[in-house]
Each structure stands twice: as C-alpha cells, then as structure tokens.
Write a protein that binds this ligand. Sequence first.
Ligand SMILES: NC(=O)c1ccc[n+]([C@@H]2O[C@H](COP(=O)([O-])OP(=O)(O)OC[C@H]3O[C@@H](n4cnc5c(N)ncnc54)[C@H](O)[C@@H]3O)[C@@H](O)[C@H]2O)c1
Length: 238
Amino acid sequence: MDRLKGKVGVITGGSSGIGLATAEKFIAQGAVAVSADLNPAANSAVDFVKTDVTNADSLQAMVETVVKKYGKIDILVANAGVAEEKAPVAELNVDNWNKVINIDLTGVVLTNKFVVAQMVKQGSGSVINMSSILGVVGGPKSQAYSAAKAGVANYTKSQAITYATSGIRFNAIAPGYVATPLLKTLPKDVTDGMVSKMPIGRLAQPEEIANVIAFVASDEASFVVGSLINVDGGYTAQ
Ligand SMILES: NC(=O)c1ccc[n+]([C@@H]2O[C@H](COP(=O)([O-])OP(=O)(O)OC[C@H]3O[C@@H](n4cnc5c(N)ncnc54)[C@H](O)[C@@H]3O)[C@@H](O)[C@H]2O)c1
C-alpha cells in the first residue's frame, strides 16, 4: 500500500520498539523514514540522524540535515521516551524525575518547536506526539512518566487548535502496554501485572501501534485533529 507515497517522516526514537516499527511501516507505505535517535536502527533502510531530543542545537541540526537531504518534513512522530524509576512520591528520586520530564515531555515540545517551524514554511505537516495509557489513567508509583504523558496529551490539543487552519495537524497516541525493549527496563513486579490489566488479554506488538500512527500521519486522516487516540486493547474502556 502506498498510503504515504512521497512523504518524508521523522521519527524520534525511531531506532527501537514502537519508533522502529513505525519507521519500517512508513517505508512499506512509500515514505522516507528518518530515525532521529541517539543510536542507529538495526535496519539500514531506516535513515539515521544522530539526535538528542533534550538538546536544541541537536534538534535544529537534525532538521537542517533532513531538509537538505529530502527538501521537507511531512510527518513528525515525537516518540523518543524512557521509563521512570517507580516509587511513591515520598521516596521520589528528583534526578530521575528531572531526567524523565526532560526527555518525555520537554523533548517532545522541543522537537515540535524545530520541526513545526519547518512545517510552517511548507504550509503542511502531520505531528503525532507519543503519550501513553499512563497519561490517561493512574498507575501505581508513577510520577514523572504519568505527568509527562498527560502533559504531552494536553499540550498536543493546545497546538492542534493553534495550528488548525495552517495545514498542520497535531494528534497524540496513547498506547497500552507494548512489547518493546522499554519494558525490560521496568522491575518484574511491574511487568508481571501488565497483561492482566489488558482486556484483550495480551500486550500489543509495536507493529499494531505503528499501523495506527501510519494512518493518522496520512492524508486520509485529514479530519483527525487534536485527538488523543487510545491504542490500548480496551484498557481505558474498563
Ligand atoms: N512500550 C510501552 O508499553 C509503551 C506504552 C505507551 C507509550 N510508550 C511510549 O512509546 C515511546 C517509545 O517507547 P518504546 O517502548 O518503543 O521504547 P524503546 O526503549 O524501545 O525505544 C525508545 C527509543 O528512544 C530513544 N531515545 C531515548 N532517549 C532519547 C533522546 N534523549 N534522544 C533521542 N532518542 C532517545 C532510544 O534510544 C530508543 O531508540 C516512548 O515515548 C514510550 O514512553 C511505550
């Protein structure tokens, strides 16, 4: 299927998990996919520009590199993210709070800043920011991650309104639990309980989230603006 034919997509964190599956889906649907990540993807078909989403200079250089090579950026998936150290707030590790907020919330906004400036010049674009089920419902011992992901969701709605008549669409995706390397960074007692919370009875595969991102990124989704799209196997329906 050529749903994304001729499009140029930038995916932060595009070298692993959901981001890599999204990059591969974009290529399968006719787009160029650039992973803006700290590390390259194992798949050489995915272009790579070394990028740190917490660093403004790095993001600006990434946009310049992509535009020089491909002439434009049609799609941004601001997906780079990390997990947190789970703890009740009375035992909060403030350094970890700052790190997670910096990558998962500020990193999304900063990436938007530089890529959307390019989209404004073009008069078009589709921005998809990565939220999470934990930005929608409460999870035990979650602080920075929940705050960051809820922040991404509402920030995205604000920008969707701001840019609604500009040709640039903003949406956010809230996956349930997805089988990616990120889950391996969580303690066993957290991952053990995950499947039981999913009405569908299993974790999502990264490709299932990528399918939705590719559709929302496409021109077929032209009326999808300012949505927080739950891709969670029924979690939030409970
Ligand atoms: N896996 C899940 O269950 C799940 C559920 C909901 C939301 N999410 C979100 O989806 C996104 C992708 O997660 P994943 O599960 O695929 O994780 P992952 O660990 O497989 O991939 C994350 C990628 O982000 C990159 N990254 C981290 N810090 C970066 C930085 N400062 N600059 C650039 N790149 C950086 C990593 O190098 C990695 O390639 C994250 O935002 C995560 O919070 C994941």
